[in-house]
Design a protein around this ligand. Structure first.
Ligand code: OGA
Ligand code: MN
Length: 199
């Protein structure tokens, strides 16, 4: 039998619904993604993130203060190739281990300027349950506790914080977990996205 990759992630998702992997991509790949994100932000390609979608989408800085740029799997640059390869491998591993029927990934760069946050929420839209697994890959150099900006997961046993250190991947079962981004004292960069099932 073929052993699925990412056994730690698959086991943790199965047992408790969330997982953290410290070095999902090597430092050089993370640096390339960080440079790419900054370059495209400087070129004005990011836009203010909304809450809700379609006609119901609104911009509410008291709920979330990041700006985002959607990734395109079919038009990606060299810096994004290792990310798409790793995500494809993780999707296959999750499907093999947990029979989740994950079929695609949608995601975006997210840049939180100093002071920005994202209040407690779930990642599902009211009219769309295609998102199954949420993933956040952090792109930040030398993060420390004083920088704030932790991902706070609201677990049944209490709050659990994850620092947005470059290379760390946090993932969780989308429908299960409420979470928030605590105010960040520094610019905070991540790729945030979702494995989807076919609907
Ligand atoms: C999101 C989100 C968490 C993080 O983009 O929906 O909750 O740590 N991100 O950036
Ligand atoms: Mn979220």
């Amino acid at each position: 039998m073929l052993h699925p990759g990412y056994p730690g992630i698959c086991a943790a998702i199965e047992q408790r619904g969330w997982a953290v992997e410290a070095a999902f991509l090597p430092p050089a790949s993370i640096a390339a993604l960080r440079i790419e994100a900054r370059r495209r932000d400087a070129a004005g390609e990011f836009h203010v993130a909304g809450v809700g979608r379609g006609a119901a989408r609104v911009e509410r800085s008291e709920i979330r203060g990041d700006r985002i740029l959607w990734l395109d799997e079919h038009v990606h640059c060299a810096a994004e190739a290792p990310l798409w390869r790793a995500l494809a491998a993780l999707r296959a591993a999750l499907n093999e281990a947990l029979f989740l029927g994950l079929d695609s990934f949608e995601g975006h760069y997210a840049l939180y300027p100093p002071g920005a946050f994202y209040r407690r929420h779930r990642d599902r839209f009211r009219d769309d349950d295609a998102r199954v697994i949420s993933c956040v890959l952090y792109l930040n150099e030398d993060w420390s506790v004083e920088d704030g900006g932790a991902l706070r997961m609201h677990l049944p046993e209490g709050a659990h914080d994850i620092m947005p250190t470059g290379g760390t991947l946090a993932c969780f079962i989308t429908e299960r977990l409420e979470h928030e981004v605590l105010p960040s004292a520094r610019e905070r960069l991540a790729v945030s996205g979702w494995f989807r099932r076919r609907t």
